[in-house]
Design a protein around this ligand. Structure first.
Ligand SMILES: [Zn+2]
Length: 316
């Protein structure tokens, strides 16, 4: 039976009616009334009603950026929509009687979609790292999404790679999010531009546009500009180092990288693989995992939320 997936982002709420094979049959979106939990609940209810109009739906899954509790009911902390301890599932169940509803972290939903219908097909153990403004993550262990005892497992962005390193938005220092995110790539590109030499094209692009951004760097990467490629290699080497630490604990067969930077494909994966091998414990005595880029780019959140909700309903 079909299920509904809703993805609450900082600027828009996306919703989709999703088939058992992960196909999107209907899609809708509207702006996020950020900071207004009551209005967000109303919008989600309206989207679900519109999406299920005239079709049989087994469940609805809602994904949001933040910490969700282990019972998938409460959003503990969602900074970009300004939520603290919202009993979101209860609010939705009251307004949508008869429908099974689950709440998930958005990166977990995206990772699950990738595992079921994207680059992760065929694996049993997979780790997803999403390279956006920050670094998101999801962990699949033995065919299951790892949620942890308190629901907050898989927060890979806050894996510490530099003790006492750069301050992070989470209140700690040295998290991989400060070295392996889209923002980090910009920092490396600016440093390379400042240094001259291979950074000449980056410096010229910065001069004419006022500042560097992801689009400018992506275009220079596509042109194989040496400065932009060096920034990408720096990013990849940090991600590879973090992957080695993840590998020591979880031993996945497959690492998948998502987010805008992943469009660089092999240019990103090669330095990741190199750094992974350089930092892998017992190197040479361990099979090499596969490194791949994500396949479900924009739809992963809604597809994964719908599929997780369907599985939850089927297990009840
Ligand atoms: Zn952090």
């Amino acid at each position: 039976m079909h299920a509904i997936g809703i993805d609450i982002g900082g600027t828009k709420i996306a919703g989709a009616l999703v088939s058992e094979s992960g196909e999107i049959l209907r899609a809708l979106k509207r702006p996020t009334p950020a900071g207004d939990p009551v209005a967000i609940v109303e919008n989600v209810v309206e989207l679900v009603q519109e999406l299920r109009d005239g079709v049989a739906v087994i469940a609805a899954g809602v994904a949001a950026a933040g910490f969700v509790d282990a019972t998938q009911s409460i959003v503990y902390y969602a900074p970009n929509i300004n939520w603290r301890g919202e009993p979101f599932r209860d609010a939705l169940m009251q307004l949508l009687p008869g429908l099974d509803i689950t709440i998930d972290n958005d990166a977990n939903a995206a990772g699950w979609a990738e595992y079921r219908f994207g680059a992760g097909r065929g694996a049993t153990d997979m780790t997803l790292l999403t390279i956006g403004t920050g670094v998101g993550g999801a962990v699949i262990v033995d065919g299951n999404l790892l949620r942890g005892g308190f629901g907050a497992a898989g927060e890979i962005g806050h894996l510490r790679v530099v003790p006492g390193g750069l301050p992070c938005g989470c209140g700690q220092r040295g998290c991989i999010e400060q070295y392996g995110s889209g923002r980090s790539l910009l920092r490396y590109a600016n440093e390379i531009a400042d240094a001259g030499g291979i950074g000449l094209n980056l410096a010229a692009a910065r001069e004419s546009a006022g500042q560097l951004d992801g689009t400018i760097i992506a275009a220079l990467i596509e042109d194989r500009d040496p400065g932009a490629l060096a920034a990408l290699r720096e990013l990849g080497s940090w991600l590879g180092q973090a992957s080695a630490s993840i590998g020591a604990v979880l031993d996945p067969q497959l690492f998948v990288f998502g987010g805008g930077v992943a469009a660089a494909g092999e240019l990103l994966l090669e330095p990741i693989r190199e750094a992974f091998l350089a930092h892998l414990p017992a190197r040479g005595f361990h099979p090499e995992p596969t490194f791949a880029v994500a396949e479900l780019v924009n739809d992963a959140g809604v597809v994964g939320a719908a599929d997780l909700a369907r599985l939850h309903a089927e297990r009840r």
